[in-house]
Design a binder for this molecule. Structure first.
Ligand SMILES: Cc1ncc(C[n+]2csc(CCOP(=O)(O)OP(=O)(O)O)c2C)c(N)n1
Length: 380
């Protein structure tokens, strides 16, 4: 059994300052110690995939990050691990607890199958792994191997944590109080016709500052950004649907002086609605979250989403976003982006579909796009 403080200290020496994840009873002492450590940032995620994306945003911004979760949540993390970290080459340290460990302590039936296949999960994902250290003198060498792999390959490294790996640590940090909720604007209709994705993104590119980071979700949104003007401050997510805002949260947390503009589709935002709750709780004042809502999955053929029957603004306000805006003209959107006001904002824009058919795809590979973005984010 190790002291969590020792691991955290050794990891901090190697640049790991951001931790995110979903708790597990095996992780309890470790996670509590992280939460109580004033020199570290801990972001509790609603979902394991979201945690992977938050850690990835932190890494792009220049800070090594750790993701922690129970192996039951491995499935939730597979999408960003495969379509974000592995192809964009974003290395994060993944600590997974081993519930249902064969030959280990008796465990509940729901952990049996996942317990048996957890090592294969890492292997199938091509993420090298080893056991989480159980002795203090193993911590340094384990972290050295992890850092070496992450640095050389640009991909994640796994640590599998057995029961009772870390000594107990009672939690003393309280949760943040419930914030004053934002006003939900009245839902107005665009006076003439709704704008196109192309028109809105042109305004975003024109009114944003060169120092703003722009994260575009998968599908036509990222491709339109690229087609309009390919810029180093833009990250086009070609996978990890629904993870753009979580990645933006990680980035905004590590670089609080930089404005981060996330551009989501309604389908993508709906896929990870829990992300809004995490963002609303964390309340980064430098994050602007645009939801371009055409009421459909246009990139895959125009199938309806359920966005016409929900209110994104009301959801964001209830989650704790400081400001919710529903502009009804491109000028209004431009003013929002040109103003220097810093508060966590959701901008909900109803779009008219169209204009996706002949969109080019980014010419560079995802790894090249990420390398360029990382270099820009760490220098600009
Ligand atoms: C996890 C996952 N499921 C499904 C897809 C396929 N897919 C790619 S883009 C897309 C639609 C995205 O819809 P939305 O976010 O509303 O954006 P739009 O296409 O309307 O611009 C879908 C379903 C995917 N890439 N990843």
């Amino acid at each position: 059994m190790i002291q969590s403080e020792t691991f955290i200290h050794e990891a901090k020496e190697r640049g790991f300052l951001v931790y995110t994840g979903v708790p597990c009873s095996y992780l309890k002492p470790f996670i509590n110690c992280v939460i109580d450590a004033p020199e570290l940032t801990y972001i509790g995620a609603a979902n394991e995939g979201e945690a992977v994306a938050i850690a990835s945003g932190a890494e792009l911004a220049g800070c090594r990050a750790v993701v922690m979760f129970q192996n039951s949540g491995f499935g939730n993390a597979v999408n960003p691990l495969t379509s974000l970290n592995m192809i964009f080459r974003i290395p994060v340290l993944v600590i997974v607890t081993w519930r249902g460990e064969p030959g280990g302590a008796h465990d509940e039936p729901q952990h049996q199958l996942m317990g048996e296949i957890t090592p294969q999960m890492f292997e199938t994902l091509r993420i090298p792994w080893e056991m989480f250290p159980r002795k203090e003198d193993e911590i340094g060498p384990v972290l050295e191997r992890a850092v070496r792999h992450m640095t050389v390959t640009g991909t994640p490294y796994g640590l599998l944590m057995s029961k009772d790996s870390a000594s107990p640590h009672p939690l003393s940090t309280p949760t943040k109080p419930r914030p004053q909720l934002a006003q939900v604007p009245e839902r107005k209709v665009w006076p003439s016709h709704r704008p196109s994705r192309h028109e809105v993104l042109k305004v975003v590119q024109g009114a944003s500052r060169p120092s703003d980071a722009i994260i575009g979700t998968t599908g036509y949104i990222g491709r339109t950004l690229f087609a309009l003007d390919d810029r180093p401050n833009q990250l086009y997510l070609v996978g990890s649907m629904g993870c753009a805002s979580s990645l933006g949260l990680g980035l905004a947390t590590v670089q609080p002086q930089r404005r981060v503009i996330v551009i989501d589709g309604d389908g993508a935002a709906l896929m990870h609605l829990g992300a809004l709750a995490t963002i609303g709780y964390e309340r980064p004042s430098n994050l602007i979250h645009l939801v371009l809502d055409n009421e459909m999955h246009e990139s895959t053929g125009g199938q309806s989403t359920v966005s016409h029957s929900i209110d994104f603004g009301a959801i964001a306000a209830a989650c704790g976003y400081s400001r919710v805006l529903c502009p009804t003209s491109l000028l209004e959107l431009e003013e929002v982006l040109r103003s220097g006001e810093m508060q966590l904002t959701l901008v909900h824009i109803k779009l008219r579909p169209g204009g996706g058919e002949d969109l080019p795809r980014p010419k560079s590979s995802p790894a090249q796009v990420a390398t360029r973005f990382r270099a820009w984010a760490r220098e600009a």
